[in-house]
Write a protein that binds this ligand. Structure first.
Ligand code: FAD
Ligand code: SF4
Length: 569
């Protein structure tokens, strides 16, 4: 058994049968994937299984789950993209810690792993509600990939999920923690339907070489146990086994365009700041909703002065975050926020547009389980706790329950990623992220916040406070049928450059009020199937075949194919 080597040490769950293949920079690979996160991890795995020569360039480290991760809240801050980003707008987004990931696995390493699907209405927001945008695909195009990924990662959850397209889950639900208990109790008193025990990509029973959850609450710190899914442990080992190279500490600087209008590789910097060029027959950018537009804007060249794939002028625009207000209630009983995964109960009762309200779209109510440092920050923001007041609140930590509003913020043109004048240590201009709430967003947030406060009062809270915040950035390179108003087509191929693709959260035209991770991975599996079906045509032809690919059920990582127990057909 091979346990990796110096630069790519692999923990127990990442043990591989043979060493990782290494390509030289001057070797031409088929696909260079920039960013091995939620989407990139699935892509490299599928493409390697199909026999393509694949290199994944990842700016961050290759985590060793055994050695790098600690069961310590502050010790996990390395998981985040902490490099400089500039923020602005009327409602600037807090970036850095608790935002996008950096390192193999990307944001799937620190996500809470809530995995609801988007609703069918999310794909038709403009047609149904006259706001936002329609997707170029429907829910039904993505549904088989939702089902596939739910088995692969896999998802534990209730036997019956009643909202959107009702469905069941492959693995049984988790037991309810104290916060879930409060969510269910408060909602039930108000007549709001809930589900408990998921949907969450955390094992409720052992699965392959991964153990089940032991309810220690460190999910957002990386889950040293390996019960929580991340592409680092679900897809990347299988990618390497099938011949992909994952090159960590490799910061992509520019995608290079040839005179004939096709890309031919990626310039990147290694850890020491040495410049390299990886030659490739096609490039897929999977760097997250901020770094993807940043890279393509930084790749401007003659003929593409405003960035690669930006003839529409929409690259960087229509960035979205979800409203992520945290509402906290104090209870006389013990709650113990840290027990159980933070993600384990929710309600999507207010997800869809309700004509009786004065805003479009809606929100979800979810459990959140901040550990003490995050909780202290939230209480500072929510109630101005400081000094002795903060000590009192923290001594009371075990009596507080926190619920999250997850609200849909619409795609607006003025919410955008641009290049700042400031540069990083490689001399690359960093991203400037501008974010403004609009009237519909504000009304939705106000309504959602009040509703969740009422849930906590109904559950018996003696005090209720809330902190306004945002979560889950997506958009900024949206997909669409019209090259004048979108960056990529229905399979993630850029409208402008036939062998340049984007595949990550940045291609989402709208975001619903479901956490986006499962949708991002389902889209990646679909894009991979498309590339596999198109074969060599991607490397040589400019013809755009938009027919749906067949689904490669046989390309799932081991232990996942047809596993689980879908109780609802
Ligand atoms: C605290 C927290 C909790 C969350 N919980 C949930 C949840 O419960 N459910 C859910 O669905 N979602 C959750 N999310 C969101 C989820 O993690 C992201 O939506 C998802 O990971 C985004 O996937 P992605 O593929 O777009 O990008 P990522 O997963 O972030 O991957 C991008 C990768 O690209 C790399 N990269 C970027 N630029 C470059 C470059 N120039 N060169 C090389 N590499 C580069 C990055 O280092 C990163 O590894 C959570 C997020 C946070 C912060
Ligand atoms: S609660 Fe479960 S999934 Fe979360 S860190 Fe602990 S073992 Fe991992």
């Amino acid at each position: 058994m091979f346990h990796g080597h110096d630069e790519h040490r692999l923990g127990a769950m990442q043990t591989l049968p043979r060493p990782m293949r290494k390509f030289r920079d001057d070797e031409v690979v088929d696909y260079c994937v920039v960013g091995v996160g939620s989407a990139g991890g699935v892509l490299v795995q599928r493409l390697a299984r199909a026999g393509f020569r694949v290199v994944g360039l990842e700016a961050g480290p290759f985590w060793d789950t055994e050695k790098d991760w600690v069961s310590d809240e502050k010790g996990s801050h390395e998981l985040y993209w902490n490099d400089l980003r500039i923020i602005g707008g009327t409602d600037p987004l807090a970036l850095g810690e608790n935002n996008s990931g950096k390192g193999v696995g990307g944001g799937s390493v620190h996500w809470a792993a809530f995995t609801p699907r988007f609703h069918p209405s999310d794909f038709r927001v403009y047609s149904e509600d006259g706001v936002g945008a329609d997707w170029p695909i429907s829910y039904w195009d993505l549904k088989p990939y939702y089902e596939l990924l739910e088995r692969e990662i896999p998802v534990a959850g209730p036997a019956w999920f009643p909202w959107g397209d009702p469905h069941g889950h492959p693995y049984g639900p988790h037991p309810l923690g104290g916060v879930g208990d409060i969510l269910v109790r408060g909602c039930t008193k108000l007549g709001i339907r809930t589900v408990a025990g998921g949907p969450v990509a955390i094992l409720s029973a052992s699965h392959g070489d991964r153990p089940h959850c032991i309810y220690r609450g460190f999910c957002i710190q990386g889950c040293k146990v390996g019960a929580k899914a991340s592409t680092l442990i679900t897809h990347v080992p299988d990618a390497i086994t099938h011949g992909a190279e994952i090159r960590a500490h490799s910061m992509a600087a520019r995608v290079s365009l040839r005179d004939d209008g096709r890309v031919d590789g990626v310039t990147y910097f290694d850890r020491e700041g040495n410049e390299h060029f990886q030659r490739a027959r096609a490039v897929i950018v999977s760097g997250y909703a901020i770094e993807t537009p940043r890279l393509l804007l930084n790749s401007a060249c003659p003929g593409h002065r405003h960035g690669l794939a930006n003839s529409s002028g929409t690259l960087g625009k229509y960035l979205m975050a979800q409203a992520g207000n945290v509402v906290a209630g104090r209870f006389d009983e013990l709650i113990r926020l840290y027990k159980a995964p933070p993600a384990h109960a929710l309600s999507e009762e207010f997800y869809e547009t309700d004509r009786r309200r004065d805003f479009a779209r809606g929100f979800a109510i979810q459990t959140v389980g901040p550990l003490p440092v995050a909780f202290a920050k939230q209480m500072m923001a929510a109630m101005g706790a400081w000094g002795w007041g903060m000590r009192r609140v923290m001594m009371d930590y075990n009596h507080w329950a926190t619920l999250g509003v997850l609200g849909e913020i619409l795609p607006w043109e003025d919410n955008r990623v641009e290049l700042a004048e400031e540069k990083d240590r490689f001399g690359l201009r960093v991203a400037k992220v501008t974010f403004n709430l609009h009237e519909n967003d504000r009304k939705l947030i106000e309504f959602g916040k009040r509703k969740v406060m009422n849930v906590l009062w109904a559950a018996g809270a003696t005090q209720v406070v809330q902190e306004s915040r945002f979560a889950h950035l997506v958009g900024a390179a949206r997909m669409g049928n019209d090259p004048a108003t979108s960056v990529v087509d229905r399979f993630g191929r850029t409208h402008d450059i036939p062998n340049l693709f984007i595949c990550d959260g940045s291609i989402l035209p709208t975001q619903g009020s479901a956490n986006p991770g499962l949708t991002i991975q389902a889209l990646a599996a679909r894009t991979a199937d498309y590339l596999i079906q198109q074969g060599d045509a991607i490397f040589s032809s400019s013809r755009r075949d938009l027919s749906e690919p067949s689904i490669r059920y046989d390309f799932s990582p081991p232990y996942t194919k047809w596993k689980g127990n879908p109780r609802i057909a």
